[in-house]
Write a protein that binds this ligand. Structure first.
Ligand code: B1M
Length: 212
C-alpha cells in the first residue's frame, strides 16, 4: 500500500484521532481519490480491527477508539465524497435496527445517498420499528434503509418489515437492507426490496427503486 494510505490505515487501527485526521489530509494533498482513501486507508483498517477482535487481540475499547478515529477521518473526507450537482432524488429514512449500535457503515451509506441527491432522515442507531413507521407515515419517506452489523440484530430487519406491513404502509415505501452479515438471500427471505453490500451500491439500488 502507498505510504500515505498506510499511515492512515495504521492511525485508524491504533485509534489515533489526530493522526487519522492528518492522514486523510495528507492523502488528499498527495492527490489520492477520496474513494480510494476511504476504501484502502479506512474501511480496510476497520476490517482488520474486526479480525483482531475475532482473534482476541483487540477488545471492545480498542474497537471503540478505532471507530472514533475512523469517524474523525470521515468528517474530513465528507465534503469530498459529496458530489456537486445535487438533485432531489427522493427521501430516505435510514437507521441501524433495534439492539444494534454500529453506525459507521450506516453513516457512510447516508453520506453517499445524500451526495447522490437524496434527502436523508437519519434515525440513528438502535431504531425501533415504530420510528421507521413514523418516518413513512408522517415524514413521507419513499425509501427505508436498514443497517445491521450483528447476526443477533438481523432478525430486527424482518421485525421492522413486518411492522411496516402491519401498519398498512408496505406499498408506500421501498425497503433496502445492508450491513456486513446481510445477504441478498436474506433480503429475499424477509421480503426486502433490495440489498447492497456497500455504500456506493446502495446509491444505485436506491436510484433504481426510486425510478420505479
Ligand atoms: Co462490533 N462487532 N460489536 N463494535 N464491530 C463487529 C460487527 C464484529 C463482526 C466484530 C468481529 O467479531 N469480527 C462482531 C459481530 C459478530 C456477529 O454478529 N457475527 C461485533 C461484535 C460481536 C460486537 C459486540 C457484541 C461486542 C461486545 O460487546 N462483546 C458489540 C455489540 C454492540 C451493539 O451493537 N449492541 C460491538 C460493539 C462495537 C463498538 C461499539 C465498539 C464499535 C462500533 C462503533 C460505531 O459504529 N460507532 C464496533 C466496531 C467498530 C466493529 C467493527 C470492528 C467495525 C464495524 C465498522 O464500522 N466497519 C466490526 C468488524 C467488521 O465489520 N469487520 C464489528 C466499517 C464500515 C464502513 O463497514 O459497517 O460493514 P460496515 O458498512 C459497510 C457495508 O456493510 C454496507 O456499506 C457500508 C460501507 O461500505 N452497509 C450497508 C452497512 N449498512 C448498510 C445499510 C444499507 C446498505 C449497505 O442499507 C441499504
Amino acid at each position: 500500500m502507498n505510504a500515505k494510505l498506510s499511515a492512515l490505515y495504521n492511525a485508524i487501527l491504533e485509534g489515533d484521532v489526530s493522526t487519522a485526521k492528518d492522514g486523510v489530509q495528507a492523502a488528499l494533498d498527495a492527490g489520492h481519490e477520496p474513494g480510494s482513501i476511504l476504501a484502502e486507508g479506512m474501511i480496510a483498517a476497520m476490517k482488520e480491527v474486526g479480525r483482531l477482535f475475532e482473534e482476541g487481540d483487540y477488545f471492545v475499547p480498542e474497537m471503540l477508539i478505532a471507530a472514533r478515529a475512523m469517524q474523525a477521518g470521515l468528517g474530513l473526507l465528507k465534503p469530498y465524497l459529496l458530489s456537486s450537482d445535487i438533485k432531489s432524488a427522493g427521501r430516505v429514512a435510514i437507521g441501524t435496527v433495534k439492539g444494534d449500535l454500529h453506525d459507521i457503515g450506516k453513516n457512510l451509506v447516508a453520506l453517499m445517498l445524500e451526495g447522490a441527491g437524496f434527502e436523508i432522515i437519519d434515525l440513528g442507531v438502535d431504531v425501533a420499528p415504530e420510528k421507521f413507521i413514523e418516518a413513512v407515515a408522517v415524514r413521507q419517506a419513499n425509501i427505508i434503509a436498514l443497517s445491521a452489523l450483528l447476526t443477533t440484530t438481523m432478525p430486527n430487519m424482518k421485525a421492522t418489515i413486518e411492522a411496516i406491513n402491519q401498519a398498512g404502509l408496505r406499498d408506500k415505501v421501498k425497503i433496502i437492507i445492508g450491513g456486513a452479515p446481510v445477504t441478498q438471500e436474506y433480503a429475499n427471505q424477509i421480503g426486502a426490496d433490495g440489498f447492497s453490500s456497500d455504500a456506493s451500491r446502495a446509491v444505485s439500488l436506491a436510484q433504481s427503486l426510486f425510478a420505479e
